[in-house]
Write a protein that binds this ligand. Structure first.
Ligand code: NAD
Ligand code: TYD
Length: 335
């Protein structure tokens, strides 16, 4: 089996490549990635010389490059995206071109080359926000209600995928996962940002009251779920992927990180809230459970492991935090 992964140099894509090569020793995998600020080939140093792995630098918005790379591929797993909500609020252009136009080009080429399976990695954020203090959860049959430029672009892309499914029989599946955490996550996202700030002796910037709920999913559980959808998912269907633990808000999560690093509430800095900040995400993953999946990795144990990973890989995140990210950090959080 030959897979092509878009965005394989990013956080989830690189974890997926590691997962796949370990689990399926006879498969070949191509990583097609444009290496934006979020793409980092250091995430894949250990497989660089593996004969089953090939990196192609390319832009999903370039039809010619996509067609060349996809020729002879059986399965396409589409991770590549502009993925950070905060960036999308003030510079939505790349979110539209990469997330929407790039996805449409992948669909067109996948149809032309008769790719056997196209899996789109979507986000639960397309469903909008849930109220605090209720037990309501997102389900696959709910209407989209994106409330920021990132989720709007991810929702738009899905409409194109569905259009190609209906008009050209694109053999697609879709998954909506909750917030992932684990190794190789860019320190612009909450968990790695807070861990690395604390390791640098800085405070952690908490938006608003911190009572925002996310359903934290360990990245390996996400990879296992995509694997299952590729094996057993029904073409044309979509699947929610969520975590196993009880809900925690940002404040509670931050206190867990503070404790693991021997810090206290004094290291929290409450800053101005993000506009249209989605209050709560929670997903009902009953549909994928029927295929035989449930999350295996709990939050406390794997948060501890993640903190240890960032402690042991200071060179990795220090390089990521310098350069382009430094400018972005000053713009969003000030000095
Ligand atoms: P990431 O930002 O870490 O990585 C994105 C990758 O895409 C990078 O390697 C980047 O270089 C590449 N890329 C960007 N534009 C490209 C282009 N035009 N052509 C080719 N490659 C390009 O993202 P991530 O956190 O690994 O997320 C992967 C996917 O999962 C995204 O589609 C995201 O929407 C989705 N998702 C992520 C989360 C999460 O918690 N991280 C949750 C739900 C869904
Ligand atoms: P993030 O990791 O950006 O993911 P998303 O916005 O896709 O959920 O943020 C997770 C939560 O953490 C979200 O409620 C916003 C909050 N947050 C902060 O409070 N401070 C920060 O500096 C960041 C990056 C996020």
């Amino acid at each position: 089996m030959k897979l092509l992964v878009t965005g394989g140099a990013g956080f989830i894509g690189s974890n997926f490549i590691h997962y796949w090569l370990e689990k399926y020793p006879n498969d070949k995998i191509i990583n097609f990635d444009f290496l934006t600020y979020a793409g980092n080939l250091e995430n894949l140093l250990d497989v660089e010389r593996d004969k089953r792995y090939k990196f192609i630098k390319g832009d999903i918005r370039n039809k010619h490059d996509v067609e060349k790379a996809l020729t002879g591929v059986d399965i396409l797993v589409h991770f590549a995206a502009e993925s950070h909500v905060d960036r999308s609020l003030y510079a939505a252009g790349d979110f539209i071109t990469t997330n929407v136009l790039g996805t449409q080009i992948l669909c067109e080429v996948a149809v032309k080359l008769k790719i056997k399976h196209f899996h789109y990695v979507n986000t639960d954020e397309v469903f909008g926000a849930l109220p605090l203090g209720t037990k309501t959860k997102f389900r696959e049959d709910m209407k989209f209600d994106p409330r920021n430029q990132y989720s709007a672009s991810k929702a738009s892309a899905e409409h194109f995928i569905r259009a190609y499914y209906h008009t050209h029989n694109l053999p697609m599946t879709i998954s909506y996962c909750t917030n992932n955490f684990g190794p190789y996550q860019h320190p612009e996202k909450l968990i790695p940002l807070f861990i690395t700030n604390l390791l640098e002796g800085k405070k952690v910037p908490m938006y608003g009251d911190g009572l925002y709920v996310r359903d934290w999913l360990y990245v390996k559980d996400h990879c296992r779920a995509i694997d299952l959808v590729l094996k057993k998912g029904i073409v044309g269907e979509s699947y929610m992927i969520g975590a196993q633990h009880k809900e925690v808000n940002n404040l509670e999560l931050t206190r867990k990180i503070l404790k693991l690093l021997g810090k206290s509430d004094k290291d929290i800095e409450h800053i101005k809230d993000r506009p249209a900040h989605d209050r709560r995400y929670a997903v009902d993953w009953g549909k994928i459970a029927k295929l035989g999946w449930k999350p295996q990795y709990d939050l406390d144990h794997w948060l501890d492991k993640t903190v240890t990973w960032y402690k042991n890989n200071q060179n990795w995140w220090m390089r990521v935090k310098s350069g382009e990210y430094k400018k972005y950090y000053t713009k969003v959080y000030g000095k």
